[in-house]
Design a protein around this ligand. Structure first.
Ligand code: PRX
Length: 654
């Protein structure tokens, strides 16, 4: 974010107090903050007992004796799938709809808790028959169909962990994730619907498993796209055949609170994505607690819709685990917001009477651009709470969201969190907080956040600094899969106070006079494109893996629609300079990045240049490239080894 936009953010003075009616009917009371302040650990222990069914109750809340490795509720035992399914049926809520699923072509299915439980039991039996057991990893590479959620729950019902890989990622990305976690089984689909067409998924799985040894023994294939697929006998099995043949009854076993629940890969500052590990009891506690209180959920009457794909953390915590643990009724939509027309999301809200809606600023900005006349054609009066996640929401988008989607009255919760934090960490509570457009505001009860300067001291308002989490929290990541050193180094080495290291989130933030937090974006080499995390280094590695490239530098440039956009500067190998035009080379390389990583990483622009700006020690000065990419005056070049380089680059690009 530029200093101009920071200034205008901090001068945002509009305030929206909760209405009397909303507050008095709200789930959360200020008692939450008081009790968390009095005794933070006792607060979380209470929440763990209130929100989670324990097969064996825990006696110890937190073990922080070997930081940064935390254990929460360690001697307790639970089954996460039982918590999301069976217990609702046993409580007499089996007939409540768990999922209203909407396929992109217009097909739909409504599934009750009893039906979902029955399906997950069969799927668990089918997976167990293929040898899946506690300690295994199941890779899930699916479109957004109910079977994606069913596969997640069946995996964890068995005490195994899943690794969901977003369906938009390439075969190459899938392969590295399968290998890194030694996945035993892959659950996929023939294809899924997107933008009016079937995109093939099974083919990518085939490619990912094609060369060399693999840990994968079977591939379960859901029939969705009806597209042709290749078949490897002995390895590939149709999901429906296995489910049909499976026993219907399955009793959920209890597993320790710290049993791995899932690993989810996310981009960091180095080339290789890291497998973020989450475990069971603490994760489920914070997922369910935040889902209930941040969204003011009333499970008997609300219809909740989070638009995230299960391939991202938001889809894990606020599509699968939080809502289902709370017995909520939710909408799941397979496709894109503009298929077959730009009213699709609003039509779905009207059809199901969605009352809580959770999406990303990038989507809101694109709807703003298309105009309010589109949502205005639909009855959105059922909406009572709106949520935002993934990047800072600019005040104008906030106001539009509230006015046009929220009928001028729905509170907006701007929720800050990360793949690593597992669940929401900073957010307003809609019945309690006076809202400030553009600010994520306050830590949720039981969470300790600080804004520190580089030297580790707390910054005073209105100054900016680095956001840290100062105390361990239940849904915190437990590590990076297979790499404890990288875990310590990445998150805990910046502020390493011996007995109480602080978690460094990688985000810059300001705190204002009221103590409200304003997020300012990443301070590391991580970009945020449409709310998705991408690493500059990972894209640079993809570019230099192409034989025509000698060197590459990638920056995240401010972009009105996507927040940031990927912009690359590439030097071609000398024998390539005349082999094609710059336009041809750039088109070829954009495609290459999409193939290596996935379409979300495809650069918006690639500039073919003769040199890159480097310091005398050879470090690329991305800050200067960012100036060029954002069309700004170029900043201080005095530390460059060759101070004329930037002039040459900008002259050429003009
Ligand atoms: O920079 C922050 C931004 O997204 C990053 C985390 O990305 P990821 O792990 O993919 O999780 C996204 C969904 C939880 C953070 O480091 N971010 C997320 N939410 C917000 C945000 N930035 C500002 N405001 C938010 N509400």
């Amino acid at each position: 974010m530029t200093s101009n936009s920071i200034d205008s953010l901090l001068h945002e003075s509009r305030r929206f107090a909760p209405s009397e009616a909303f507050s008095s009917a709200s789930e959360a009371s200020s008692e939450l903050y008081t009790s968390a302040k009095e005794d933070r650990l006792e607060f979380w222990a209470d929440k763990a007992r209130e929100y989670v069914h324990w097969h064996k109750p825990f006696t110890e809340t937190l073990d922080w004796s070997t930081p940064p490795f935390a254990k929460w509720f360690a001697d307790g035992e639970l089954n996460v799938a039982y918590n999301c399914l069976d217990r609702h049926v046993l409580a007499g809520n089996g007939d409540r709809i768990a999922i209203h699923w909407e396929g992109e072509p217009g097909d739909s299915r409504s599934i009750t808790y009893a039906e979902l439980t029955a399906e997950v039991k069969r799927a668990a039996n089918a997976m167990a028959a293929l040898g899946v057991t506690q300690g295994d990893v199941v890779a899930i590479y699916m479109p957004l169909v109910p079977e994606a959620v069913i596969a997640m729950l069946a995996t964890v019902r068995l005490g195994a962990a899943h690794s969901v890989v977003f369906g938009g990622f390439s075969a190459e990305s899938l392969r590295s994730r399968i290998d890194d976690a030694s996945a035993k089984l892959v659950v996929t689909a023939d294809g899924g619907w997107r933008k009016g067409k079937v995109f093939p998924l099974k083919a990518a799985v085939d490619a990912a498993l094609a060369n060399g040894e693999s840990s994968v023994t079977n591939v379960l294939v859901v029939k969705r796209g009806d597209n042709e697929v290749e078949w490897t006998e002995g390895r590939d099995l149709w999901w429906h055949d296995q489910i049909e043949a499976a026993e219907p009854e399955h009793e959920a076993q209890a597993f320790p609170a710290e049993n791995p629940l899932f690993v989810l890969y996310t981009s960091g500052t180095t080339g290789k994505p890291k497998g973020i590990l989450h475990t069971s009891g603490g994760y489920l506690t914070q997922a369910a607690f935040t889902h209930k209180n941040v969204f003011d959920l009333k499970p008997e009457t609300d219809v909740y819709w989070c638009t995230a794909d299960v391939g991202w953390i938001t889809g894990h915590t606020y599509v699968t685990y939080g809502p289902l643990a709370n017995g909520a009724t939710q909408v799941l939509y397979e496709g894109t917001p503009d298929t077959p027309n730009q009213g699709r999301w609003w039509e779905i809200i009207q059809k199901y009477g969605v009352s809580i809606f959770y999406t990303a600023p990038t989507a809101i900005r694109s709807f703003m651009k298309a105009g309010r006349q589109i949502p205005e054609q639909f009855d959105l009066s059922s909406i009572r709470v709106l949520g935002s996640v993934g990047e800072p929401i600019n005040p104008e988008a906030w106001i539009w969201y509230r006015d046009v989607i929220g009928g001028g009255s729905a509170p907006i919760v701007d929720t800050w969190w990360q793949t690593e934090t597992g669940a929401i960490m900073v957010s307003a509570l809609p019945g309690l907080t006076t809202l400030k457009p553009g600010s994520a505001q306050v830590p949720i009860p039981g969470i300790k956040i600080d804004i520190l300067g580089e030297d580790g001291t707390r910054v005073d308002p209105p100054n900016g600094g680095l956001l840290v989490v100062s105390e361990p929290w239940p849904s915190m990541l437990r590590g990076i899969w297979g790499d404890p050193e990288r875990f310590k180094e990445t998150y805990w080495s910046k502020f390493p106070t011996l007995d109480a290291p602080k978690y460094f989130a990688g985000d810059g933030a300001h705190v204002d006079e009221d103590g409200d937090i304003w997020l300012l974006g990443r301070v590391d080499d991580v970009m945020n494109v449409s709310g998705h995390r991408l690493s500059t280094t990972e894209i640079e590695s993809a570019l230099v893996s192409n034989p025509i490239v000698a060197e590459a530098a990638v920056v995240g440039a401010a972009d009105e629609a996507t927040g940031q956009a990927v912009v690359a500067f590439v030097i071609l190998k000398s024998n390539q300079e005349h082999a094609q035009t710059a336009a041809e080379a750039s088109a070829l390389l954009r495609q290459h990045v999409a193939k290596e990583i996935g379409a979300i990483a495809r650069p918006r622009e690639i500039f073919i240049v003769a040199e890159l700006p480097k310091t005398r020690s050879g470090k690329i000065m991305r800050r200067l490239l960012q100036d060029v990419a954002e069309g700004r005056e170029i900043g201080d070049t005095t530390t460059l080894a060759d101070t004329t380089v930037m002039q040459i680059i900008s002259d050429k690009l003009k």
